[in-house]
Unconditional design. Structure first.
Length: 332
Protein backbone atom coordinates (compact mmCIF):
# COMPACT_ATOMS: atom_id res chain seq x y z
CA UNK A 1 0.00 0.00 0.00
CA UNK A 2 1.12 3.54 -0.73
CA UNK A 3 1.50 5.52 2.49
CA UNK A 4 0.07 9.03 2.85
CA UNK A 5 0.70 11.09 5.97
CA UNK A 6 -2.27 13.00 7.41
CA UNK A 7 -0.91 15.82 9.57
CA UNK A 8 -3.27 17.34 12.13
CA UNK A 9 -2.93 18.90 15.56
CA UNK A 10 -3.08 16.49 18.47
CA UNK A 11 -6.20 18.20 19.82
CA UNK A 12 -7.98 17.56 16.50
CA UNK A 13 -7.38 13.81 16.80
CA UNK A 14 -8.60 13.92 20.42
CA UNK A 15 -12.06 15.41 19.92
CA UNK A 16 -15.27 13.89 18.55
CA UNK A 17 -15.88 16.51 15.88
CA UNK A 18 -15.11 17.47 12.27
CA UNK A 19 -11.35 16.92 11.84
CA UNK A 20 -11.28 13.61 13.72
CA UNK A 21 -14.31 12.32 11.85
CA UNK A 22 -12.81 13.38 8.51
CA UNK A 23 -9.53 11.64 9.40
CA UNK A 24 -11.17 8.32 10.26
CA UNK A 25 -13.43 8.44 7.22
CA UNK A 26 -10.52 9.24 4.92
CA UNK A 27 -8.47 6.42 6.41
CA UNK A 28 -11.27 3.88 5.90
CA UNK A 29 -12.08 4.79 2.29
CA UNK A 30 -8.40 5.15 1.36
CA UNK A 31 -7.74 1.62 2.58
CA UNK A 32 -10.36 0.43 0.08
CA UNK A 33 -8.42 2.28 -2.63
CA UNK A 34 -5.07 0.72 -1.70
CA UNK A 35 -3.77 3.75 0.23
CA UNK A 36 -2.68 3.67 3.87
CA UNK A 37 -3.38 6.90 5.75
CA UNK A 38 -0.90 7.35 8.60
CA UNK A 39 -1.98 9.78 11.32
CA UNK A 40 0.78 12.27 12.19
CA UNK A 41 0.53 14.71 15.11
CA UNK A 42 3.12 16.41 17.31
CA UNK A 43 3.42 14.80 20.74
CA UNK A 44 4.64 18.04 22.29
CA UNK A 45 1.74 20.03 23.74
CA UNK A 46 1.74 23.77 23.13
CA UNK A 47 -1.46 24.11 25.14
CA UNK A 48 -4.71 22.26 25.55
CA UNK A 49 -6.45 24.95 23.54
CA UNK A 50 -3.62 25.84 21.11
CA UNK A 51 -3.98 29.41 22.35
CA UNK A 52 -1.10 29.91 24.82
CA UNK A 53 0.23 33.47 24.42
CA UNK A 54 2.91 33.49 21.75
CA UNK A 55 2.01 30.02 20.51
CA UNK A 56 -1.54 30.54 19.26
CA UNK A 57 -2.83 28.41 16.40
CA UNK A 58 -0.36 28.35 13.50
CA UNK A 59 2.49 29.73 15.65
CA UNK A 60 2.23 26.65 17.81
CA UNK A 61 2.59 24.40 14.76
CA UNK A 62 5.96 25.97 13.93
CA UNK A 63 7.28 24.83 17.32
CA UNK A 64 6.46 21.22 16.40
CA UNK A 65 8.00 20.88 12.92
CA UNK A 66 10.88 18.67 14.05
CA UNK A 67 8.52 16.15 15.63
CA UNK A 68 6.29 16.00 12.57
CA UNK A 69 9.20 15.62 10.16
CA UNK A 70 10.72 12.85 12.28
CA UNK A 71 7.48 10.86 12.19
CA UNK A 72 7.04 11.31 8.44
CA UNK A 73 10.61 10.19 7.72
CA UNK A 74 10.34 7.21 10.08
CA UNK A 75 7.27 6.05 8.16
CA UNK A 76 9.08 6.69 4.83
CA UNK A 77 6.20 8.84 3.68
CA UNK A 78 6.51 10.88 0.48
CA UNK A 79 2.92 12.14 0.15
CA UNK A 80 1.44 14.45 2.80
CA UNK A 81 -2.03 15.88 3.45
CA UNK A 82 -2.02 18.58 6.15
CA UNK A 83 -5.19 20.09 7.55
CA UNK A 84 -3.91 23.25 9.26
CA UNK A 85 -2.03 25.99 7.48
CA UNK A 86 0.67 26.17 10.16
CA UNK A 87 2.23 23.10 8.52
CA UNK A 88 2.43 24.73 5.08
CA UNK A 89 6.24 24.69 5.27
CA UNK A 90 6.12 20.91 4.86
CA UNK A 91 6.13 21.64 1.11
CA UNK A 92 9.82 22.56 1.57
CA UNK A 93 10.50 18.93 2.47
CA UNK A 94 7.94 17.01 0.37
CA UNK A 95 7.19 17.46 -3.33
CA UNK A 96 3.75 15.91 -2.91
CA UNK A 97 2.12 18.06 -0.27
CA UNK A 98 -1.51 19.22 -0.25
CA UNK A 99 -3.59 21.33 2.14
CA UNK A 100 -7.04 20.13 3.18
CA UNK A 101 -8.26 23.09 5.27
CA UNK A 102 -10.58 22.75 8.26
CA UNK A 103 -10.32 26.52 8.57
CA UNK A 104 -9.67 29.52 6.32
CA UNK A 105 -8.27 33.05 6.84
CA UNK A 106 -11.67 34.70 6.88
CA UNK A 107 -12.52 37.73 9.08
CA UNK A 108 -15.31 35.83 10.82
CA UNK A 109 -12.85 33.25 12.18
CA UNK A 110 -10.65 33.79 15.23
CA UNK A 111 -6.97 34.12 14.35
CA UNK A 112 -7.51 34.69 10.64
CA UNK A 113 -4.74 37.32 10.43
CA UNK A 114 -2.28 34.74 11.72
CA UNK A 115 -3.25 32.32 8.94
CA UNK A 116 -2.65 34.69 6.04
CA UNK A 117 1.16 34.33 5.71
CA UNK A 118 0.85 30.55 5.63
CA UNK A 119 -1.87 30.55 2.99
CA UNK A 120 0.24 32.83 0.80
CA UNK A 121 2.62 29.93 0.10
CA UNK A 122 0.01 27.21 -0.52
CA UNK A 123 0.18 25.87 -4.08
CA UNK A 124 -2.17 22.87 -3.97
CA UNK A 125 -5.34 22.17 -1.99
CA UNK A 126 -8.28 19.82 -1.66
CA UNK A 127 -11.41 21.63 -0.44
CA UNK A 128 -14.97 20.69 0.45
CA UNK A 129 -16.93 23.19 -1.67
CA UNK A 130 -16.83 25.18 -4.90
CA UNK A 131 -17.09 28.33 -2.76
CA UNK A 132 -13.74 27.57 -1.07
CA UNK A 133 -12.18 26.74 -4.44
CA UNK A 134 -13.21 30.21 -5.61
CA UNK A 135 -11.69 31.83 -2.50
CA UNK A 136 -8.35 30.14 -3.08
CA UNK A 137 -8.29 31.47 -6.62
CA UNK A 138 -9.46 34.98 -5.73
CA UNK A 139 -7.52 35.51 -2.48
CA UNK A 140 -4.28 33.64 -3.17
CA UNK A 141 -4.16 32.82 -6.88
CA UNK A 142 -4.18 29.07 -6.18
CA UNK A 143 -5.82 27.20 -9.06
CA UNK A 144 -4.64 23.63 -8.39
CA UNK A 145 -7.65 22.82 -6.22
CA UNK A 146 -9.83 19.69 -6.11
CA UNK A 147 -13.33 19.77 -4.61
CA UNK A 148 -14.25 16.68 -2.56
CA UNK A 149 -16.96 16.89 0.14
CA UNK A 150 -16.71 15.10 3.48
CA UNK A 151 -19.22 12.33 2.89
CA UNK A 152 -21.61 11.16 5.59
CA UNK A 153 -22.11 7.49 6.42
CA UNK A 154 -25.06 6.26 4.35
CA UNK A 155 -25.43 3.23 6.63
CA UNK A 156 -26.06 5.43 9.69
CA UNK A 157 -28.35 7.77 7.76
CA UNK A 158 -30.45 4.77 6.71
CA UNK A 159 -30.34 2.81 9.97
CA UNK A 160 -31.48 5.71 12.15
CA UNK A 161 -33.97 7.30 9.76
CA UNK A 162 -37.39 6.92 11.36
CA UNK A 163 -39.83 9.86 10.98
CA UNK A 164 -42.12 8.36 13.62
CA UNK A 165 -39.50 9.24 16.27
CA UNK A 166 -39.52 12.97 15.51
CA UNK A 167 -40.36 15.33 18.38
CA UNK A 168 -42.32 18.15 16.72
CA UNK A 169 -40.99 21.00 18.85
CA UNK A 170 -37.35 19.83 18.99
CA UNK A 171 -34.65 22.09 17.53
CA UNK A 172 -31.13 20.66 17.20
CA UNK A 173 -27.94 22.76 17.16
CA UNK A 174 -24.46 21.20 16.87
CA UNK A 175 -21.32 23.23 17.46
CA UNK A 176 -18.72 24.41 19.95
CA UNK A 177 -18.46 27.06 22.63
CA UNK A 178 -16.54 29.38 20.33
CA UNK A 179 -17.38 32.97 19.28
CA UNK A 180 -17.90 32.25 15.59
CA UNK A 181 -20.37 29.41 16.39
CA UNK A 182 -22.61 31.76 18.43
CA UNK A 183 -23.79 29.37 21.17
CA UNK A 184 -25.43 32.37 22.85
CA UNK A 185 -28.10 32.43 20.13
CA UNK A 186 -29.73 29.01 20.75
CA UNK A 187 -29.76 29.85 24.47
CA UNK A 188 -31.56 33.13 23.76
CA UNK A 189 -33.95 31.41 21.35
CA UNK A 190 -34.83 28.89 24.06
CA UNK A 191 -35.52 31.69 26.57
CA UNK A 192 -37.92 33.39 24.18
CA UNK A 193 -39.59 30.15 23.10
CA UNK A 194 -40.25 28.05 26.21
CA UNK A 195 -42.54 25.76 24.20
CA UNK A 196 -39.54 24.52 22.18
CA UNK A 197 -37.00 21.91 23.21
CA UNK A 198 -33.53 23.04 22.17
CA UNK A 199 -30.79 20.41 21.95
CA UNK A 200 -27.20 21.67 21.89
CA UNK A 201 -24.56 19.05 21.04
CA UNK A 202 -20.96 20.14 21.69
CA UNK A 203 -18.11 18.49 19.79
CA UNK A 204 -15.64 18.15 22.68
CA UNK A 205 -15.70 17.26 26.37
CA UNK A 206 -13.76 20.45 27.18
CA UNK A 207 -16.95 22.46 26.55
CA UNK A 208 -18.64 20.78 29.51
CA UNK A 209 -16.69 23.18 31.73
CA UNK A 210 -16.89 26.30 29.54
CA UNK A 211 -20.68 26.05 29.12
CA UNK A 212 -21.06 26.52 32.88
CA UNK A 213 -20.54 30.25 32.40
CA UNK A 214 -23.93 30.54 30.69
CA UNK A 215 -27.38 30.70 32.25
CA UNK A 216 -28.88 27.59 30.68
CA UNK A 217 -32.69 27.71 30.26
CA UNK A 218 -34.61 24.69 31.48
CA UNK A 219 -35.76 23.82 27.92
CA UNK A 220 -32.15 23.39 26.73
CA UNK A 221 -30.48 19.97 26.83
CA UNK A 222 -26.70 19.76 26.46
CA UNK A 223 -24.72 16.85 25.01
CA UNK A 224 -20.95 16.52 24.72
CA UNK A 225 -18.68 14.49 22.43
CA UNK A 226 -21.36 12.18 21.03
CA UNK A 227 -20.43 9.12 19.02
CA UNK A 228 -21.37 8.94 15.35
CA UNK A 229 -24.28 6.62 16.14
CA UNK A 230 -25.48 8.96 18.88
CA UNK A 231 -25.33 11.96 16.53
CA UNK A 232 -27.54 10.30 13.93
CA UNK A 233 -29.88 8.87 16.54
CA UNK A 234 -30.33 12.32 18.09
CA UNK A 235 -30.56 14.00 14.67
CA UNK A 236 -33.42 11.69 13.76
CA UNK A 237 -35.56 12.88 16.68
CA UNK A 238 -35.35 16.61 15.83
CA UNK A 239 -37.68 18.25 13.35
CA UNK A 240 -35.44 21.27 12.67
CA UNK A 241 -31.68 21.58 12.44
CA UNK A 242 -30.15 25.05 12.95
CA UNK A 243 -26.67 26.38 12.27
CA UNK A 244 -25.85 29.86 13.59
CA UNK A 245 -22.15 29.90 12.66
CA UNK A 246 -20.56 32.92 11.04
CA UNK A 247 -18.43 30.93 8.60
CA UNK A 248 -17.71 27.29 7.76
CA UNK A 249 -15.47 25.49 5.33
CA UNK A 250 -18.14 22.79 4.92
CA UNK A 251 -20.25 22.12 8.05
CA UNK A 252 -20.68 18.38 8.29
CA UNK A 253 -23.73 18.56 10.60
CA UNK A 254 -25.67 20.54 7.97
CA UNK A 255 -25.12 17.90 5.30
CA UNK A 256 -25.93 15.15 7.81
CA UNK A 257 -29.11 16.96 8.84
CA UNK A 258 -30.20 17.09 5.21
CA UNK A 259 -29.44 13.37 4.86
CA UNK A 260 -31.76 12.73 7.82
CA UNK A 261 -34.55 14.75 6.21
CA UNK A 262 -34.41 17.64 8.67
CA UNK A 263 -35.89 21.03 7.89
CA UNK A 264 -32.79 23.21 7.90
CA UNK A 265 -32.28 26.80 9.06
CA UNK A 266 -28.86 28.09 8.07
CA UNK A 267 -26.86 31.33 7.68
CA UNK A 268 -27.31 33.20 4.42
CA UNK A 269 -23.54 33.53 3.98
CA UNK A 270 -22.28 32.32 0.59
CA UNK A 271 -20.08 29.67 2.23
CA UNK A 272 -23.31 27.71 2.84
CA UNK A 273 -24.37 27.83 -0.81
CA UNK A 274 -23.88 24.07 -1.17
CA UNK A 275 -26.64 23.54 1.44
CA UNK A 276 -29.42 24.36 -0.97
CA UNK A 277 -32.59 22.38 -1.39
CA UNK A 278 -36.37 22.73 -1.05
CA UNK A 279 -36.45 22.93 2.74
CA UNK A 280 -33.24 24.80 3.58
CA UNK A 281 -34.07 28.26 4.85
CA UNK A 282 -31.34 30.91 4.94
CA UNK A 283 -31.41 33.87 7.29
CA UNK A 284 -29.56 35.78 9.97
CA UNK A 285 -29.90 37.19 13.48
CA UNK A 286 -32.76 39.46 12.41
CA UNK A 287 -35.05 36.60 11.34
CA UNK A 288 -33.59 33.25 12.49
CA UNK A 289 -35.97 32.88 15.44
CA UNK A 290 -38.97 33.44 13.17
CA UNK A 291 -37.60 30.98 10.60
CA UNK A 292 -37.12 28.37 13.33
CA UNK A 293 -40.71 28.77 14.48
CA UNK A 294 -41.99 28.57 10.92
CA UNK A 295 -39.95 25.44 10.25
CA UNK A 296 -41.13 23.83 13.50
CA UNK A 297 -44.75 24.55 12.46
CA UNK A 298 -44.27 23.24 8.91
CA UNK A 299 -46.85 20.58 7.96
CA UNK A 300 -44.06 18.25 6.76
CA UNK A 301 -42.32 16.24 9.46
CA UNK A 302 -39.38 15.42 7.19
CA UNK A 303 -38.05 16.65 3.87
CA UNK A 304 -37.46 13.89 1.35
CA UNK A 305 -36.15 16.57 -1.03
CA UNK A 306 -33.39 17.50 1.42
CA UNK A 307 -32.61 13.83 1.97
CA UNK A 308 -32.34 13.05 -1.75
CA UNK A 309 -30.16 16.11 -2.32
CA UNK A 310 -27.74 15.10 0.44
CA UNK A 311 -27.42 11.51 -0.75
CA UNK A 312 -26.66 12.76 -4.26
CA UNK A 313 -24.10 15.38 -3.21
CA UNK A 314 -22.53 14.52 0.16
CA UNK A 315 -22.64 10.76 0.69
CA UNK A 316 -19.63 8.61 1.56
CA UNK A 317 -19.82 7.21 -1.97
CA UNK A 318 -19.37 10.70 -3.43
CA UNK A 319 -16.36 11.25 -1.15
CA UNK A 320 -14.81 7.92 -2.13
CA UNK A 321 -15.26 8.61 -5.86
CA UNK A 322 -13.62 12.00 -5.38
CA UNK A 323 -10.54 10.62 -3.65
CA UNK A 324 -10.23 7.80 -6.17
CA UNK A 325 -9.91 10.43 -8.93
CA UNK A 326 -7.59 12.57 -6.80
CA UNK A 327 -5.25 9.71 -5.89
CA UNK A 328 -5.04 8.50 -9.49
CA UNK A 329 -3.28 11.76 -10.40
CA UNK A 330 -1.53 12.79 -7.17
CA UNK A 331 0.08 9.41 -6.40
CA UNK A 332 1.63 8.96 -9.84
Amino acid sequence: MTKVGLVMRKIQFAEAQGPRIYAERLQALSRQLGVEIVFIAPERHVSGYDQAPGYEYEKGDLVNYDLVLDQLHQERIEHVIYTVSGFTFLKMFFDKCVLFPHSYPHPDLTGYEMMKPFYSIVDKAVVHTDYLKGLFRTDYGVTDVDVIPIGFEEELANNYYDPSQIVENRILWIGRDEPNRRPDLPLEYARRNPDKEVIMAMGGLRYRESMKRYDIPSNVKLHFALSRDEVFQLMNTAKVYWSSSRFDTFSMPLSEAMAMGKLVVKPEHACYGHISSTHTFAGGESNWFELLNMAAAHPLRVSEANRDYAFGRFSGRVMKDGYERFYSEWLK
